[in-house]
Write a protein that binds this ligand. Structure first.
Ligand code: E4P
Length: 218
């Protein structure tokens, strides 16, 4: 299972990378805005800075919503670095753009996916990744994890190469359930990844070992 970090914050990306378990980064326009990154040149430079930290898989989202606009923006984003994956929204022109980018050899991540039907379309268009949003479905009383299960099953049935990238992951239980279901990738905030470290018995056991060592060694 790949771990992506869901942020545009360079310090958090560095911290996650230094842990040695990071496979990529996902950003979106809201996360870029949260870091105060605005204006064409600054946005491009920020994506480059992210690419310089990690080994691969930096999702950068297009703002255009028409086919020509998405193609223009996506090609420009892809030129920043080979690590860029162009993030495209699940809309009609988005599906066309994913197909066109796939033919050009540019990797894509189809975002804002909330149904199995949308995931099927993304896979048929050849998207490298599909991003179903678990947390946002849970927020409206639907079952985000059930959607992950459905998509994994459908992709397995037909051997689609598209990787299931579970997004909008809010806590470690989401992450672990995605791992049980067999999602290829999970993207989440740093605290969800570091949350995996925590167990009270680990802390208590370590404290005891260190106390016993201190007693024996003075
Ligand atoms: C990642 O690709 C998505 O944009 C992100 O996971 C959305 O998460 P949110 O629902 O917490 O904003």
């Amino acid at each position: 299972m790949k771990f992506f970090i869901d942020t545009a914050n360079l310090d958090e990306i560095r911290e996650a990378y230094d842990l040695g378990v990071l496979d990529g980064v996902t950003t979106n326009p809201s996360l870029m805005a949260k870091e105060g990154i605005s204006g064409h040149d600054k946005v491009m430079a920020h994506y480059k800075a992210i690419c310089d930290i990690v080994d691969d898989n930096v999702s950068a989202e297009v703002i255009a919503t028409d086919f020509e606009g998405m193609m223009k923006e996506g090609r420009e984003l892809a030129k920043i670095d080979d690590k860029i994956v162009v993030k495209i929204p699940m809309i009609k022109d988005g599906v066309k753009a994913i197909k066109a980018f796939t033919e050009e050899g540019i990797r894509t991540n189809c975002t804002l996916v909330f149904s199995a039907g949308q995931a099927l379309l993304a896979a048929k268009a050849g998207s490298s990744y599909v991003s179903p949003f678990i947390g946002r479905l849970d927020d409206i009383g639907a079952d985000g994890l059930e959607l992950i299960e459905q998509i994994v099953q459908i992709y397995d049935n037909y051997g689609f190469a598209t990787e299931v990238l579970a997004a909008s992951v809010r806590h470690t239980t989401h992450l672990l359930q995605c791992a049980e279901i067999g999602a290829d990738v999970v993207t989440c905030p740093l605290k969800v990844i570091t949350g995996l470290l925590k167990h009270p018995l680990t802390d208590a056991g370590l404290a005891q070992f260190l106390a016993d060592h201190a007693k024996a060694n003075g």
